[in-house]
Design a binder for this molecule. Sequence first.
Ligand SMILES: [Zn+2]
Length: 261
Amino acid sequence: MEKLILTQDKIHTGNLILVNQACGFQRDSYGFPVPVLEDAPEILLNRNACALLTQLMSEIDGWRHIVPVSGWRSREEQQRIWDESMEENGPEFTRKFVAFPGHSEHQTGLAIDLGLRREHVDFIRPDFPYTGICQAFREKAPKYGFILRYPAGKESVTGIGHEPWHFRYVGAPHAEIITKHGLCLEEYIGFLKQFSFRDNPYLYADGSRVYSISYIKADKTLSPLVLPKDHPYTVSGNNTDGFILTEWRKQDAYQQQLRMA
Ligand SMILES: [Zn+2]
């Protein structure tokens, strides 16, 4: 058995934190942002997310036609982008496409903007069409833990206009579930709240693993969770009121266990 202690401050860390107009980002970055590409050392991404992006890009030979446009940003940088956009594009455009300083996913290091490799790339709205190599990237992204964060039709939920170029790392298997069910991150975090730890976890099988996902409400008196040692898990805060625990087993082991039960 293993004891997992979830403290209040951990609500604001993890791959599943929700950062939007209502929930600001509480830290300077999450993980250790590293350069995405050797020839673009200024564009940084969370180390783990970066490793998966690299794998995805090598599977589709993506970097030949795609460039990273913007990755991790400090709060100050987000402020500068906001101020410049307000001046150049006005408030309506800025509120639609630029997150308020302190509330940008880019500050987490888990988000990346991508554009087609060409001479002039628009920094705020890079071209990333639903065809060719960009679409190939979009289709593979969930398998590597990335979601299209601001889809069309969800503007009233995300508070941000449709952004075909902005991808967010949430990890496996969450990206696949979110994409399969056509949810945005706000909806997924809300959806998970009905699946409580132990009694009623959400089960998801991807062919090789069975995942058990549950929500744990943060509580000042939270006692340590006791988890079995025989299978791996990850835990992430949701940045609002609790945690998401993701446990998994190999599919065969899970089936064997069901037979024995
Ligand atoms: Zn972005």
